[in-house]
Design a protein around this ligand. Structure first.
Ligand SMILES: [Zn+2]
Length: 328
């Protein structure tokens, strides 16, 4: 049973917004596109592994928590997947890295050798798993729950070749996950918890989760402002006759500023005032700006004149819903 699904990392939208608002020739452009490529590949790899669970026939009581984020006073844990069973707890560190991969257990280094012979050093996933294992073991100890904790590294690309293993750590290709579960069920034959206790433990771990803070980007000051058309066009949109129209492709969208508000949230600030909204979108009239902001139905503080709107993660288009209802 899945207790928590995985959602798209907010960095993807953040980087896409950034890329849309800077010219190709910007010196940081290659850095952003590479970062976006890496994060997207990681997310898609994790999703591929998530899909495998639906095909796995696993008879023990078990609960899945995808992307568990735990913030502590000075550090945090982001565990790709936690599987809680009545016999053991399994932690997955999922890696989507191609090429020839090498763990050096003495130096604690992890590297990739590319086709051209060049070598990239990377964060050692074994150290990440070890940290997560330590945290979950302590948590179980505090709760006096005697379950073993097993951390594994899962590579998602069939093309990635692991040439050396990090000590005794279990390292698998994602396709080997069903077989590994059978092996673990055989290795830990005792039912240490009943179904209710297993569920309670999974719920307790899930209660530790919080949404990771949105990473702050150093957004250069020459960011392109305005309400922009979709990804493929990128043209600037103008507001008249109660709708946004793209100057480049003539696309019409009544609520195009919703996307702009979300971009503003991920690049600049999670709150916005009428003045800031006008400055960013190029709308001149305070009244029009106020109507557009109202349409987004955002929570706010302050009186009419100096209202501060809290931009939510998602903006629900109330108007279109009611329009749909009218047409039924
Ligand atoms: Zn357009």
């Amino acid at each position: 049973m899945i207790l928590k699904k995985r959602s798209e990392p907010p960095e993807i939208f953040q980087l896409e917004s950034l890329i849309q608002r800077f010219p190709l020739v910007h010196p940081l452009f290659p850095h952003w596109t590479e970062k976006l490529r890496r994060i997207s590949a990681g997310f898609h790899g994790e999703q591929r592994v998530d899909n495998l669970w639906s095909e796995i026939l696993f008879n023990l009581p078990h609960y899945l928590i995808h992307d568990l984020y735990i913030q502590k006073a000075t550090s945090s844990h982001q565990i790709d997947t936690v599987l809680v069973t009545n016999r053991f707890v399994l932690l997955l560190e999922i890696k989507s890295i191609s090429g020839q991969l090498h763990f050096d257990p003495q130096l604690r280094q992890f590297s990739r050798t590319n086709k051209d012979g060049s070598i990239d050093g990377m964060r050692n996933p074994d150290d990440q798993v070890r940290r997560h294992e330590g945290f979950v073991r302590n948590f179980l100890k505090e709760k006096k729950i005697p379950l073993p904790v097993v951390g594994i590294i899962v590579f998602t690309y069939p093309s990635s070749i692991v040439s050396s293993r990090p000590g005794n750590r279990i390292v698998i290709q994602s396709s080997g996950l069903p077989y590994l579960l059978d092996q673990l069920a055989a290795k830990y034959p005792d039912d240490l918890l009943n179904t209710r206790q297993t569920r309670r433990l999974a719920d307790q771990l899930l209660q530790l989760h919080m949404d990771p803070p949105l990473r702050e980007l150093n957004v250069p000051a020459d960011l392109r402002k305005g309400v922009l058309c979709g990804k493929d066009c990128g043209g600037e949109m103008e507001y008249y006759w109660r709708k946004w129209t793209c100057k480049k492709c003539s696309r019409v969208d009544r609520s195009a500023h919703f996307q702009t508000l979300l971009q503003y949230r991920s690049l600049i600030n999670q709150t916005i005032t009428n003045k800031e909204f006008r400055h960013f979108t190029g709308i001149e009239s305070t009244t029009t700006a106020s109507k557009l902001l109202k349409m987004a139905n955002m929570p706010y503080t302050g009186s009419y004149k100096d209202r501060i709107y809290q931009i939510p993660e998602e903006i629900i288009q109330i108007e279109s819903i009611s329009a749909d209802l009218e047409s039924i």
